[in-house]
Each structure stands twice: as structure tokens, then as C-alpha cells.
Design a protein around this ligand. Structure first.
Ligand code: NDP
Length: 246
């Protein structure tokens, strides 16, 4: 079955990792998928080709989430390309970890622009196009819910901000039949957080399941929220974290 047939999704940071898995999953469920990337045009093109090989429709656009104009252009581009917009997935994000004292002003601005301002602006731009049944899904982090080790001030600040955005969007857009939700991944094996990285054993040990998750695990929950099963879920923060925040 293709529960998202006829729908159009925009996935930011859809070229690799969790965003790639979300793009592939929403396409497998029948949605036409626009995806953004910033540096890896090659990987973005691979995702598009894979979707097209399976008979789906996809389009990749370079859009630096740190640049407001490019964020707006990506939303407008998706609508122009596919004629409508039903699902926005704010996935693109960057992590800068390290002692609080050493975080530079440049880091603060770059992380907040990418992880907070871009989801805000994309939601604003998307809301102008979303109809009844529309979905805004943002990717937060388990570090917004449980700070298990030091070094995450900037990252946790940026991800916790999405809780405020999600709850208020739910209130403001609810009357239009549009939902807004936040998904908090735990340690997921990607380029950003490889399951064979230096702190991988520590992170896995902090989950109840004692293991890393896969990008597809996050994509499955996003697909649920995007589909009919998500129609009565809004303003929620849903952990896909193996029990990290428990
Ligand atoms: P990756 O670093 O593996 O992939 C990041 C993706 O985002 C890439 O597609 C990248 O594009 C894109 N991206 C990065 N910066 C920008 C930007 N400025 N503008 C546009 N696109 C950008 O990350 P993950 O897949 O691991 O993470 C995805 C999301 O999940 C992030 O928000 C992250 O914070 C969150 N998360 C991840 C966890 C994990 O353990 N992996 C845990 C909790 C949350 P390109 O390929 O062009 O570089």
C-alpha cells in the first residue's frame, strides 16, 4: 500500500543519514520528495536516483539551512516542482560539542541558524502552502530530554528550542487541521555519530537497549506521523532513542 500517494514532502538534509532514510521511506510510502543538501550533491543525486528507480518522484536542491533566502527558495522550489506541499521534515542539523567555555560566537550563530532558525523559517514558509492534513515534523535530539554528559550546551540549547516551536505551531496550525511534532533520536549510526566512533560505546551504554539505532528506525516514526495514523498526534515529542532519555 502507498499511504502517502498524492502527497508532497520536503526533507531538509535528505542527502545522508537520517534525512536520507526519511526521504527514501516517504517515497516508498508514495510521496513525491524534495530534499535539500548543502555540500554533498553526489549523495543527494544518489537518493533521487534510488527513488526514481523504484518508480517514485524526487528532486534535490542545494539549500544551506544557515541562509534564510536559500531556506525560503527550497520551500518555494518544492511547491513549484511538485505543485503542492503536504509534509515538511526539518531534519538538517549540525552538532558542535565541547566545553562550554570554548564555544565560539561563530559556532553559536551557525548552530542556531541551522538547527533553530531554519526550521522556524521553513515552517513559516511551508505553512502558507499546507492544507488540511498537513504535517510539520522536526528532528530534535535525545539530548534535549536528558543531558547525560557534559559538552552539549550549544547542541542541547538548539534542540530544546524545537520543543517551543513544535508546541506553539501545534496550537496555531491546529485549527487548520495541520499537525506539528518533534522526533528525538537517540544515538543513530550516521556520519555525524558513527556506531564505531570514539564515544559510541558510552552512548550505547546510556540507552536502555544498550545499542545504537538505525536511521530507518527514525524514518519509521516520521512516516507514521506523516500518514493517516498521525492525524490525532500534535505538539508531541516522540523519542526514538532506545531508552536513552529514560
Ligand atoms: P549527518 O551529519 O549524517 O547528515 C546531515 C545531513 O544534513 C546531510 O544531508 C547534510 O547535507 C545536511 N546538512 C547539514 N548541514 C546543513 C545545512 N547547513 N544546510 C542544509 N543541509 C545541511 O547527520 P544525521 O543524519 O546524523 O542527523 C540528522 C538530524 O538528526 C540532525 O538534525 C541531528 O542533529 C539529528 N540527530 C542525530 C543523531 C545521531 O545520533 N545521528 C542523534 C540525535 C539527533 P550534506 O550531505 O550536503 O552535507
Amino acid at each position: 500500500s502507498r499511504p502517502l500517494a498524492g502527497k508532497v514532502a520536503l526533507v531538509t538534509g535528505g542527502s545522508r543519514g537520517i534525512g536520507e532514510a526519511i526521504a527514501l521511506r516517504l517515497a516508498a510510502d508514495g510521496a513525491a520528495v524534495a530534499l535539500t543538501y548543502v555540500s554533498r550533491a553526489d549523495r543527494a543525486e544518489q537518493v533521487v536516483k534510488e527513488i526514481e528507480r523504484s518508480g517514485g518522484r524526487a528532486w534535490a536542491v542545494r539549500a544551506d539551512s544557515g541562509d534564510a533566502g536559500e531556506v525560503w527558495a527550497s520551500v518555494a522550489g518544492a511547491v513549484e516542482r511538485f505543485g503542492r506541499l503536504d509534509i515538511l521534515v526539518n531534519n538538517a542539523g549540525v552538532g558542535v560539542l565541547g566545553p562550554f567555555e570554548g564555544i565560539s560566537l561563530e559556532d553559536v550563530d551557525r548552530v542556531l541558524r541551522t538547527n533553530v532558525r531554519a526550521p522556524f523559517l521553513a515552517a513559516q514558509a511551508a505553512a502558507a502552502h499546507l492544507a488540511e492534513g498537513g504535517r510539520i515534523i522536526s528532528i530534535g535530539s535525545c539530548m534535549a530530554e536528558r543531558v547525560a554528559f557534559p559538552g552539549g550546551t550549544l547542541y542541547a540549547t538548539s534542540k530544546a528550542a524545537l520543543t517551543g516551536l513544535t508546541k506553539t505551531l501545534a496550537k496555531e496550525l491546529g485549527p487548520r487541521g495541520i499537525t506539528a511534532n518533534l522526533v528525538h533520536p537517540g544515538p543513530i549510526d550516521t556520519d555525524m555519530n558513527p556506531a564505531d566512533g570514539d564515544s559510541a560505546e558510552l552512548q550505547a551504554g546510556l540507552t536502555a537497549l544498550g545499542a545504537y539505532g538505525r536511521a530507518e528506525d527514525v524514518a519509521a516514526t516520521v512516516a507514521h506521523l506523516a500518514g493517516e495514523g498521525g492525524r490525532y498526534i500534535t505538539g508531541a515529542s516522540i523519542a526514538v532513542d532506545g531508552g536513552f532519555a529514560v
